[in-house]
Design a protein around this ligand. Structure first.
Ligand SMILES: [Zn+2]
Length: 236
């Protein structure tokens, strides 16, 4: 193979590697995953803020419910004692008084319990809404994570395969040329050569001056570098 052919093969191999690497690094699934994770983070922070709002009300509700339950037990006790009472009329009146007092306190405690329950209701609804929004997002995240990992694995396999063909192509380039190619690749990235297409380097997409084009044309075997990006210029 001619120098031009081996350089061209190496250029093509490097461009393929770049294309597949860029595909692996810019998968649309990754962008969507990023978006889904952002939405989940927003929901989690809304949920934490809501929990902070809910906690004091819930604590007061539990307190009111405990108080109502204690009063209910005491009232039931007094009712039983009253039903079985054999004491003096004065004791009976006292017990009757205690019962009235307990009933009044119980009714107040139950009102408070209902009041706090009504306060909690809209907050609970918001919490349910957040959960309902988060559930499909969590599923989507899982699906995206597994398809991303599969896609990345298969693209990586392709890259590895391309790398070994690239090494084989590089081995066929005469040493001096190969060194120039590798240096240009290191400096400019993607490939160490480019095509001169209509007076323009297709690596950096900058046009060469007429003088540089003449110079390049006059020495076809030297593969003079692009004066802008330094890649060895090959005929198109
Ligand atoms: Zn260039």
């Amino acid at each position: 193979m001619s120098d031009l052919e081996v350089l061209r093969a190496l250029l093509d191999a490097d461009r393929w590697i770049d294309r597949v690497t860029s595909q692996r690094d810019h998968l649309p699934e990754a962008a969507e995953l990023h978006e889904v994770e952002d939405q989940l983070r927003t929901l989690a922070s809304r949920s934490r803020a809501l929990e902070a709002d809910r906690k004091p009300t819930r604590d007061r509700f539990n307190e009111a419910a405990d108080k109502a339950s204690t009063l209910r037990h005491r009232r039931d006790d007094v009712e039983v004692r009253l039903a079985n009472a054999t004491g003096s009329p004065r004791d009976l009146v006292a017990m009757q008084g205690e019962l009235e007092h307990l009933n009044k306190a119980l009714s107040e405690a139950e009102d408070r319990e209902v009041e706090l329950l009504l306060e909690l209701e809209p907050l609970d609804e918001v919490a349910q809404e957040i959960t309902a929004q988060a559930q499909p997002l969590v599923q989507r995240r899982h699906a995206l994570q597994s398809s991303l990992s599969e896609l990345r694995d298969s693209l990586q396999e392709e890259i590895n395969h391309l790398q070994s063909s690239r090494e084989a192509a590089a081995a066929t380039v005469p040493e001096g040329l190969r060194r120039r190619y590798e240096q240009a690749l290191k400096r400019s990235g993607v490939s160490g050569a480019a095509l001169l297409d209509g007076g323009r380097c297709d690596g950096c997409r900058v046009s060469l001056s007429p003088l540089d084009q003449d110079r390049w044309r006059a020495a076809p075997d030297e593969f003079l570098p692009c004066p802008h990006c330094g890649r060895l210029l090959l005929p198109c």
